[in-house]
Design a protein around this ligand. Structure first.
Ligand SMILES: Cc1cc2nc3c(=O)[nH]c(=O)nc-3n(C[C@H](O)[C@H](O)[C@H](O)COP(=O)(O)OP(=O)(O)OC[C@H]3O[C@@H](n4cnc5c(N)ncnc54)[C@H](O)[C@@H]3O)c2cc1C
Length: 392
């Protein structure tokens, strides 16, 4: 009998860490293959730091092949569909067979789903959907050239990765404009289709709202609740909401709507709606025992973050090992996620919670900033992405 084939779709945070950790930990005859359309792996949490000069763009991406362990094979191809009955994955190149499949294709940014968003980005100098690396880099120049007016951040109605990122964008902008001495000439607003900036009860995220609201009152950051973006009227520099409200902008950082990957949603039976349906504790697919999903392409009811994926990878490795041995899956993911809310240069509050409860207190500290900006990035590249995580 040949080696067991494990196929990992995606070489982002989840796929890279999972492939390397499986290679390190499984004591079995397996062959691990990773497929990704991109030859580069990006550290996405840098995208709100790059605009304000807290991180340099050129250090935030690395070749996928430089991260994968020697025994892990990399196929650069676009995944086009999955047939879990035949246990095959169609790509724009070869069709790949598997015994066990891990899907980690992330989610899809869809600026084109808001009328005017893509054109506003491409044709004007005022709109930067910073969840795209290129827009984050371009925003760096734009904030430097900005000399006052309305700075606007909007959040879409779809679930997004790192729900804290738009809030950090507003707070770091406030700090930056203060630093360069133009804050009195800038109005800052965050518009969101929700009652509160970070989550509404019973979500454990709501634990962090009072502190955020207190900070925003002190720092004159306006929150526009229940604001659902309908259109960007970029010829007149204004955003129109579904209820008819309008907000003008001089510089605008929208978060684009986000959906599941088309290869999984339209060309596989693995999703129900936008995301791959897995057991929220074991990460195993609800219908196909040989399929697991981690990260942003899964329907796990927690925040989509790298810190969540990191925890999921441990559970995946243990449960995949059990599945291969024909044992019951006993490791469980508890929904853990963490989102460092950078409130100003040198200060951050860590929003940390699981499926049920908040974990960290809503307090700003210097060590939280150091952790997020100085400690985690090298750990991400040199440990987690290499499949090591001694203190999970
Ligand atoms: C602005 C921003 C700020 C963030 N801040 C934080 C933070 O502070 N803390 C935190 O923990 N998390 C943060 N995140 C979230 C974090 O980056 C993601 O949750 C994490 O990267 C998800 O990992 P993943 O493996 O699920 O997907 P990804 O890392 O996105 O990887 C998906 C991979 O799939 C590949 N792919 C997609 N479609 C195909 C296809 N059809 N064929 C082949 N390959 C394909 C992509 O090229 C990509 O390499 C942030 C994200 C953004 C955008």
């Amino acid at each position: 009998m040949g080696a067991t084939q494990i196929l990992v779709l995606g070489a982002g945070t989840g796929g890279t860490m999972a492939a390397n950790m499986l290679d390190r930990k499984l004591d079995r005859d397996v062959e691990i293959t990773v497929v990704d359309q991109s030859p580069e792996h990006h550290y996405q949490p840098s995208y709100y730091l790059i605009p304000f000069g807290h991180m340099e763009p050129e250090n935030q991406h690395r070749p996928v092949e430089s991260l994968l362990r020697r025994d892990v094979e990399f196929v650069q191809a676009s995944v086009e569909g999955v047939d879990p009955e035949a246990r095959t994955v169609a790509t724009d190149g070869e069709t790949l067979a598997y015994d066990y499949l891990v899907t980690a294709l992330g989610n899809r940014l869809a600026p084109e789903s808001v009328p005017g968003m893509r054109a506003a980005w491409e044709e004007t100098e005022a709109v930067y959907p910073f969840y795209h690396y290129d827009a984050a880099v371009e925003l760096r120049e734009a904030v430097r050239d900005f000399d006052g007016g309305q700075f606007l951040v909007t959040v879409p109605e779809t679930p997004i990765k790192c729900g804290g990122a738009p809030l950090k964008m507003a707070m770091l902008a406030d700090d930056y404009f203060r630093d360069i001495g133009i804050r009195e000439d800038v109005d800052i607003a965050v518009a969101k289709p929700a009652e509160a900036p970070f989550g509404t009860p019973p979500s454990p995220k709501a634990h962090y709202n009072d502190k955020l609201e207190e900070l925003w009152d002190e720092r004159d950051i306006e929150f526009l609740p229940e604001f659902a973006v309908e259109e960007i009227d970029y010829e007149n520099d204004r955003v129109v909401a579904e209820d008819g409200r309008e907000v003008e902008y001089d510089l605008y950082a929208p978060v684009p709507p986000q959906y599941g990957r088309e290869a999984l949603v339209d060309h596989s039976p693995l999703t129900d709606g936008e995301y791959v349906t897995v057991d929220k504790h074991t990460l195993q697919h609800v219908d196909y025992d040989d399929v697991f999903a981690i990260g942003d392409n899964s329907n796990l009811p927690t925040s989509r973050t790298a810190s969540a994926v990191r925890k999921q990878v441990h559970v995946l490795v243990n449960n995949l090992d059990a599945a291969m041995a024909g044992r019951r899956l006993t490791d469980t993911y508890d929904g853990y996620t963490a989102c460092p809310l950078l409130t100003e240069e040198g200060k951050a509050m860590i929003a940390e919670f699981d499926y049920e409860d908040p974990i960290a207190a809503p307090v700003e500290t210097r060590s939280n900033w150091v952790l997020d900006v100085n400690v985690i990035p090298p750990m991400y590249w040199n440990m987690w992405m290499r499949g090591y995580d001694p203190v999970p």
